[in-house]
Design a protein around this ligand. Structure first.
Ligand code: SF4
Length: 362
């Protein structure tokens, strides 16, 4: 038996689902933040199992999906500059921008490379000092520490032709925005377990208390998710609104001190735009002035006007939990993984891709 099989055991899942149904006396709407959780929910059909009283809505927890169009366009323009090599994660190559994606840029001669880690980009820069290497960094608090360590490593190596186009975002401000949304309808959250492995639970206590919304830190396997739902429903039914850790095998209250320290040495919180949510106060991370030589925004300044989202795509509503992917008229018609209209269909963590893959075909 593989380690993960324990958390996918259908009998254990059904037992917990029965407990959720017994605990539920009225309708509740619960949002899972992370796209990895969304994929598990769709893949294992948890929405159908859990019953009609609980509505699961899907949050903005997909780093590819929330990267603003302006940043995508900056990355594309940077890649097209002579003597620039752009490194990024594989998911970013097919995200449609206003003037095409990074694959199009590659077809026009840009040197765009897929890396598995930020350090791969640093190594490439060390091997090839004649050209400027830019790492296009996206992701939440989970990937930001690795970017921070890559910048520190580049500084130690004295690489003066390496920089980072950083588009890292922080999850708690997005949860705050969703809870503050007058159109919102979220009663409780399943928080993203991997973000909490880094940051712990400190940010969530004030949020849970201020908005009277339970926040349950949850993993990614079906058993983890149903366990998180049970903890959330029990709190909602009891009128409680606390932070609960349903993922103790990975998350400690204090998070990962080494990763947090790296993150804070290199980045500071900043007001940044999220695709679909607008500018969120302290919603992202900017490279600190001490590391300015490694900040691609400063080395390659560009001023771009705000770029409008494609009209046919309703990703803005999907990312705020206001529209279920199955209710988007374009899903599977004008919008498919081969010809995506919006980022949630491109990314492996995108909610629309999850529903296209697991639910539309069912
Ligand atoms: S299915 Fe496609 S068009 Fe519809 S919201 Fe999702 S990404 Fe946009």
């Amino acid at each position: 038996m593989r380690h993960l099989d324990v958390y996918r055991d259908p009998r254990a899942v059904k037992r917990l689902v029965a407990a959720v149904r017994r605990a539920t006396t009225r309708p509740w709407t619960i949002m899972e933040i992370c796209g990895g959780q969304t994929h598990s929910i769709a893949r294992y059909g948890l929405e159908d199992l859990i019953g009609e009283d609980i509505t699961l809505v899907h949050g903005p927890g997909c780093p590819v999906c929330v990267t603003p169009l302006e940043v995508l366009e900056k990355a594309r323009r940077l890649a097209l500059q002579p003597d620039v090599v752009l490194h990024t994660y594989g998911d970013m190559l097919r995200v449609p921008g206003v003037h095409g994606d990074l694959l199009d840029a590659r077809a026009r001669g840009a040197d765009v490379r897929i890396v598995l880690s930020a350090l791969d980009a640093v190594r490439a820069a060390a091997r090839d000092p004649a050209r400027h290497h830019v790492f296009f960094a996206v992701g939440f608090e989970t990937t930001a520490p690795a970017t921070a360590m890559a910048i520190e490593h580049a500084a130690q190596l004295g690489l003066d032709r390496f920089s980072v186009l950083a588009s890292h975002v922080r999850v708690p401000p997005a949860m705050e925005a969703i809870l503050s949304d007058p159109d919102g309808r979220v009663d409780g959250f399943l928080a993203a377990g991997h973000v909490c492995t880094i940051e712990g639970d400190a940010d969530y206590h004030e949020l849970a208390a201020r908005f009277s919304a339970p926040i349950v830190i949850t993993g990614f396997e079906p058993l983890d998710i149903v366990r998180g739902l049970l903890a959330c429903v029990r709190q909602l039914e009891a009128g409680q609104h606390e932070v609960d850790n349903a993922y103790p095998r990975a998350v400690r209250p204090e998070g990962n001190p080494v990763a947090r320290a790296a993150l804070r040495r290199v980045f500071s919180p900043a007001d940044v735009p999220w695709r679909g949510l607008g500018v969120l106060p302290r919603g992202g991370l900017r490279i600190r002035p001490e590391y300015a030589p490694f900040d691609a925004e400063l080395r390659f300044p560009m001023s771009l006007d705000p770029i409008e989202e494609p009209k046919a795509c309703r990703a803005n509503e999907v990312l705020r939990g206001l529209l279920a992917p199955l209710d988007c008229p374009e899903l599977g018609r004008g919008c498919t993984p081969e010809h995506p209209l919006g980022a949630p269909m491109v990314s492996t963590e995108g909610a629309c891709a999850a529903y296209y893959r697991y639910r539309r075909m069912a």
